[in-house]
Design a protein around this ligand. Structure first.
Ligand code: UDP
Ligand code: MG
Length: 328
């Protein structure tokens, strides 16, 4: 199999027909050895039925259905584990990232690259807040993290089999797929493209989800926050020294020391520092706990079956369910 396309879908039933239509057109040059894997991430809006329809229409579409909503990054991982292609193309279901640049990505990969990732040169149809927060997020993440994760890139990319296998060999539960590819190394290159508005439905990343995603990214790729906690304690020591001098001085000079202001200030400052430090520790301890449990990332509840059209003469399934490796 030459090419696998992997798309995580959560409540995207409105987007799927057009998604499949455009993907079929794009993979046409490789259609004899391509598969399009749509992963239904526990949707509640008929996404699975839309995927089944697409599979009936075009058997190179394979559907995987997760047993519950596990989030974008896990759904993507499920699709990546099922992919059998020598090259793997991943994109979102909402067509914000144009699949039509796949041929360009394929050409670039021919020059011996392992990862060709899309970099958003502009983002239409997204709120100013989303654009600003995304801009700030990628800069902040890079300032904090130990691996350099390219700015303004999503999971929209074409990767080689060996790059994918490297990422699938990483057993962690909090998955930040684009960071994992950056960490894996190999030869990587960017291709610029304009990001379009969603074709249907609405964003599955409200502020809460964005914050969770950002914390996963940060804690997964950096221990700097822990070091910042240490630095904060030095800062608080310095402030204490300063305050001690002030309190002592006023005691000597004004003989009267009502002093509540400095006390209140000191208490609130130190409780702030302590809470922050505890919070940072808590983030890491919580993640250690989740990793220690070693739970499987997801379970499949349904899978489309290969039809006779994609059986070869011996009756062997050519396009069918691959043995799904679960990170266990
Ligand atoms: N998605 C998913 N599970 C979730 C949330 C999102 O599989 O719990 C998918 C979603 O269907 C889409 C992709 O992840 O294909 C990116 O989501 P979205 O477009 O809402 O994010 P945005 O582009 O707004 O950052
Ligand atoms: Mg989107």
């Amino acid at each position: 199999m030459h090419l696998s396309v992997v798309v995580p879908c959560y409540n995207e039933n409105a987007a799927i027909p057009l998604l499949v239509e455009r993907l079929l057109a794009v993979v046409a040059p490789w259609q004899d050895s391509a598969e399009i894997i749509l992963v239904d991430d526990g949707s509640s809006d008929g996404t699975w039925e839309a995927i089944e329809d697409a599979h009936t229409l075009a058997p190179i579409v394979r559907g995987l259905r997760l047993s519950a909503n596990r989030g974008h990054q896990v759904a993507l991982t499920a699709g990546l584990e099922a992919a059998r292609g020598a090259r793997i193309f991943m994109l979102d279901a909402d067509l914000q990232d144009p699949p039509e640049i796949l041929p360009d990505m394929m050409k670039i990969m021919d020059q011996n690259f392992d990862v060709v990732y899309g970099r958003r040169e502009k983002r239409d149809g997204e709120t100013l807040f989303k654009r600003l927060s995304a801009w700030g997020f990628y800069r902040f993440l890079n300032a904090m993290s130990d691996v350099s994760i390219p700015n303004d890139t999503g999971d929209f990319r074409l990767v080689s089999r060996r790059a994918l296998d490297a990422v699938l060999a990483m057993p962690e539960r909090s998955r930040f797929v684009r960071g994992m590819f950056a960490w894996a190394g190999f030869r990587q290159v960017a291709i610029e493209y304009p990001r379009a508005p969603r074709i249907a439905g609405e964003t599955k990343y409200p502020l809460r989800a964005m914050l969770r995603f950002a914390t996963d990214a940060l804690t997964g790729f950096s221990t700097k926050p822990l070091k910042i906690a240490t630095r904060l304690s030095f800062l608080s020591l310095a402030v204490t020294a300063f305050m001690a001098a002030y309190v002592f001085g006023s005691l000597l000079m004004f003989s009267t020391a009502p002093g509540w202001a400095s006390v209140v200030l000191a208490i609130s400052f130190f409780s702030g520092v302590q809470l922050l430090t505890l919070g940072i520790l808590g983030e890491y301890v919580g993640r250690l706990y989740m990793e220690a449990k070693q739970r499987p990332l997801y379970f499949l509840s349904q899978e489309t079956q290969p039809t006779t059209q994609n059986m070869d003469p011996e009756g062997e399934a050519r396009v069918g369910p691959a043995p799904v490796r679960r990170l266990a």
